[in-house]
Design a protein around this ligand. Structure first.
Ligand code: NAI
Length: 251
């Protein structure tokens, strides 16, 4: 086989969905996908409101108010994308939350909400899209794990468990999805400068930055470009993988 002479706009003609796309890593994924030629559906909770519209406008995409934990999230997404665009080629499960507390105070509410958004929802939506035939042959599923799912963080039992769960889920779903010509991979970012990490205590934040040998936090675009690889024809034969995006971290 010969290599393509050019991969200018490698996502031309593809329909991509990014959850949690109103801001942060998700908004940058949408930008990179649009640059690469994709038609982008940016989804976020209804409360994201104006921020979501702004992202959609910026990338020339379509906004969809979608809480990924809603029982009918897959159905809603499948219907929306099929009616407007004839289906989905790429789905990025980027929506994620933290509800940090030390173990003694890790109540069931915090545990459940983090596990629901970060782990149960991506699973339910992937299964629901596939069951409805909304995710096309040759489709791509990309999950967002975290370095916290590989090396634990104090106060993040729920978050670490959810992100470790994502890695197990990707591993288990890969052979099943391969039967339908769909790949599934994950990124595990280290400390990335977003609103999520700006909210954590200063000392923990500094420690997170220093774990990278670059001695600074990563940028959303670092994660987005790795995800763009998993979405592109360059990764046709790549499935069931987890790639860390942590600067030159020792973790
Ligand atoms: P962020 O908090 O800036 O953005 C997350 C977005 O997800 C928000 O727009 C929020 O409204 C949306 N969201 C939350 N719950 C939702 C729901 N139920 N349905 C739909 N949308 C929902 O976070 P950030 O930093 O951009 O993180 C994005 C992803 O990357 C998350 O999965 C996070 O766990 C993961 N990650 C982030 C790291 C970092 O250092 N910032 C490191 C490793 C992973």
């Amino acid at each position: 086989a010969t290599a393509p002479t050019s991969w200018d706009r490698p996502l031309d003609g593809k329909v991509a969905v990014v959850t949690g796309a109103a801001r942060g890593i998700g908004a940058t994924i949408a930008e990179v996908f649009a640059r690469d030629g994709a038609t982008v559906i940016v989804a976020d909770i209804p409360a994201a409101g104006e921020a979501l519209s702004q992202t959609a406008n910026k990338v020339g995409g379509t906004a969809l108010a979608l809480d990924v934990t809603a029982p009918d999230a897959a159905e809603k997404l499948a219907e929306f994308a099929t009616e407007r665009f004839g289906g989905i080629d790429i789905v990025v499960h980027n929506a994620g939350i933290t509800r940090d507390k030390l173990l003694a105070n890790m109540d069931e509410g915090r545990w459940n909400s983090v596990l629901n958004v970060n782990l149960a929802a991506p699973h339910r939506i992937t299964e629901g899209l596939v069951a409805r035939g909304a995710l096309k042959e040759g489709g791509r599923v990309i999950d967002v794990s975290s370095i916290a799912g590989i090396a634990g963080n104090r106060g993040q039992t729920n978050y670490g468990a959810s992100k470790a769960g994502v890695i197990g889920m990707v591993d288990a779903e890969a052979p099943k999805l391969a039967e339908k010509g769909i790949t599934i991979n994950a990124v595990a970012p280290g400390f990335i400068e977003t609103a999520m990490t700006a909210a954590i205590p200063l000392a923990t934040r500094e420690a997170g930055r220093l774990m990278s040998s670059l001695l600074q936090g990563g940028q959303t675009v670092d994660v987005a470009e790795t995800i763009a690889y998993f979405a592109s024809p360059a990764s046709n034969a790549v499935t069931g993988n987890v790639v860390r995006v942590c600067g030159q971290s020792l973790i």
